[in-house]
Design a protein around this ligand. Structure first.
Ligand code: ATP
Ligand code: MG
Length: 654
């Protein structure tokens, strides 16, 4: 369905009903100003995918042009074979050459309230010096450097300094425990660790260096630990091993020649967030990755020189890698970087930041949106959000209720929302609206981007024209993972063994009559109730659709008669009582929205849900609780206390 196919009359209203789906048509004004404003880009890509990607790769600066766009030896891809480039050169040097050195790159805001404005020149200087410092300590091309940092500019300097000298960074989210850090350093055999004394979160100081010390004792590969002074707290510096960042860069020379990297040289390893099990070290290389993130930054976020972009993700996740560091910086974007939590000192911190910096494009996660809904509209209402022109969502399916709330209360009923589906493995966004072109449906990530061949398959691998099944990708794309670090077998088995020649992301999806994709979450989370496939996502959406519900997580539990029955963990909004009447009302509401088949057998009211550090619900653990099993791997859980409380509660009610 294209914008042109929607009648004028329908366009007058923001939300109209179309085949039971609400649609939102971007305004003519938005379309006219958009970088991508007509849909010919899809046809162009479909006509000759390699030529199309070659054209977008050509937007980067290459030291040597590639000989061949793609070499595909299933499941191993090489993109832009023979090409040479450097990621830090593309994010910095080339902007300076165009006279953009004085452009603001980052408005940084620390949680306690201090601010910094950094220009592209400033970042260029910092990165060159750090690159020389690292070289002086013996870091060479191909070495792995672990980065365990808070959300401060030095984290970006560290990533780009590694890229400059050809070292492979592996960023570990600063909220991870010593064990999680240790596990990742060991797997990557990192030689070097960059950390900080501490960081601020919810008004408290995190002891990063102390945690890093606990990890590093058991990591014999680490030769040096470089420490940024952020909080000024006391830390132990081990003689010979530990060095202060500021002392190293003070002495370092101003210019470091960027290493000409092969397009297929490794840029980074990033461990997946760990919702499903043992983290996998996802490998990304240079040329294809940069092409993918740079192209999608323009298509999806429509970023122009005057925009103020804010992606709220932590740099420790792939979203931060692709849409704080490499994508936006490749385009000399001005962005906001915030160190802390959204409710410090008050629940309007994000909106205060939007107002203060006049943010125009805002990109966050459904878990945050649902939290804002729970906190109430008074927080955004108290701030001027009129600078916003485009909103984005990533990380989980966004339920229509949250979409509409986001649209109304943050996007003042005007901003298109780009619901972006992708993974650590995909490197860049693959399924998403192009806001100047796509008619939006709340809850749908809409369509595969140009050059991306996504399909929905049955278990047997047949293409589903309309209905539910498994998401799959039919062909390689430039920013795809090149493997799991050190484990080709696991790479083949996890992603390429389900159907011949198809990439399997592990997610379920539904395709509707207009060819729109509705992501249903992980296939492991899909329930089989009395012979029907029901996704946890659909039941959760139905629950959140009820005015009393703030958030919910649904799992399938073994049932002798139906095969599986549905158990729902529910967080009520402030002011609602978790009593037997609420229980009946909600069960009835789900039955009415989806059908009697989806009526939950059990509702467990709770105050919190177990989530990963990136904010995703860990249904795997809820299933363990509901089925009375020992809990699986809990290392990536944000708060282990939540699970203890739930366990007790579940047993009480069982
Ligand atoms: P692990 O693979 O270790 O279990 P993870 O899958 O949570 O962790 P990520 O790569 O950060 O790690 O997340 C990618 C997953 O997030 C996707 O496979 C999908 O399940 C979900 N996801 C991301 N964006 C969306 C979206 N817009 N709509 C629906 N689901 C999404
Ligand atoms: Mg995953």
């Amino acid at each position: 369905m294209t914008k042109q196919e929607i009648s004028r009359a329908q366009r007058e209203t923001v939300n109209v009903l179309l085949e039971e789906n609400r649609v939102f048509v971007p305004s003519d004004a938005f379309q006219q100003q958009a970088i991508i404003h007509d849909e010919s880009i899809y046809a162009e890509a479909a006509k000759d995918r390699e030529a199309f990607w070659g054209k977008w790769a050509g937007e980067l600066d290459w030291f040597k042009k590639w000989d061949k766009v793609l070499d595909w030896q299933l499941p191993f891809a090489q993109w832009f074979v023979g090409g040479k480039l450097n990621a830090s050169y593309n994010c910095l040097d080339r902007h300076l050459k165009k006279g953009l050195g004085n452009k603001t790159a980052i408005f940084w805001e620390g949680e306690p309230g201090e601010t910094k404005r950094l220009t592209y020149n400033d970042i260029y200087c910092a990165v060159n010096k750090l690159a020389n410092g690292l070289k002086g300590l013996g870091v060479i091309k191909g070495d792995r450097v672990a980065i365990y940092m808070p959300m401060i500019p030095e984290t970006i300097f560290a990533m780009l300094a590694c890229a400059r000298i050809g070292a492979v960074h592996t960023v570990v989210f600063g909220g991870f425990s010593a064990d999680s850090l240790k596990e990742r350093i060991k797997d990557a055999q990192a030689k070097f660790l960059i950390t900080a004394d501490g960081g601020y979160r919810k008004g408290k100081v995190l002891a990063l260096k102390e945690t890093a010390d606990q990890a590093v004792v058991e990591c014999p590969t680490i030769e040096h630990v470089l420490v940024v002074r952020r909080t000024g707290q006391d830390v132990l510096m081990r003689q010979g091993r530990d060095l202060w960042y500021h002392e190293l860069v003070d002495k370092a020379a101003d210019y470091c020649e960027p290493e000409p990297m092969d397009a297929e040289d490794m840029l980074y390893i990033l461990y997946t967030s760990g919702t499903t099990g043992k983290p996998k070290g996802i490998v990304h290389t240079t040329g294809g990755y940069l092409t993918g993130v740079a192209a999608t930054t323009r298509w999806v976020f429509d970023i122009k020189p005057e925009d103020i972009f804010w992606c709220t993700a932590d740099v420790g996740w792939v979203t931060g890698h692709s849409y704080i560091v490499y994508g936006p910086m490749a385009h000399a974007v001005t962005q906001v970087m915030y160190e802390g939590s959204p409710d410090y000192p008050q629940r309007d911190r994000f909106w205060k930041i939007v107002e203060k910096y006049k943010v125009t494009i805002f990109y966050t996660a459904p878990t945050a949106i649902r939290t804002f809904m729970r906190w109430g509209t008074q927080w955004p209402q108290g701030c001027n959000l009129s600078s916003l022109r485009l909103l984005g969502s990533v990380g989980e399916p966004i339920n229509p209720e949250a979409w509409v709330w986001y649209h109304q209360h943050i996007g003042h009923g005007q901003c298109p929302i780009v619901d972006t589906w992708w993974q650590t493995e995909t490197g860049s966004i693959l399924i998403s609206p192009i806001p100047g072109v796509t008619v939006l449906k709340p809850g749908s990530a809409t369509k595969p981007l140009p050059g991306i061949e996504a399909v929905v398959l049955t278990q047997e691998g047949k293409i589903v024209e309309k209905g539910g099944g498994y998401l799959a990708l039919k062909s390689p794309w430039p920013s795809m993972l090149r493997g799991i670090y050190g484990d080709n077998e696991r790479y083949k088995k996890t992603y390429w063994s389900r159907w011949p020649g198809m990439y399997f992301p592990g997610d379920g999806a539904k395709i509707d009559a207009d060819g729109y994709f509705w992501l249903l979450g992980r296939v492991d989370d899909i329930m089989l109730v009395a012979g029907h496939n029901i996704s946890t996502m659909e039941v959760e959406s139905a629950l959140v659709d009820h005015p009393s519900v703030a958030e919910s997580a649904v799992v399938g539990i073994t049932d002798e008669i139906k095969g599986q029955a549905i158990a729902a963990f529910v967080i009520l909004k402030e002011g609602h009582k978790p009593d037997s009447q609420a229980d009946e009302t909600l069960k009835g509401h789900v039955a009415k929205k989806i059908g009697a088949i989806a009526r939950p057998q059990k509702i467990i009211f709770t105050a919190e849900l177990p989530k990963t550090r990136s904010g995703k619900i860990m249904r795997r653990l809820l299933r363990d609780i509901a089925e009375g099993r020992a809990l699986g791997d809990v290392t990536t859980l944000a708060d282990t206390h939540v699970i203890e409380v739930l366990k007790e509660k579940y047993q009480e009610e069982a």
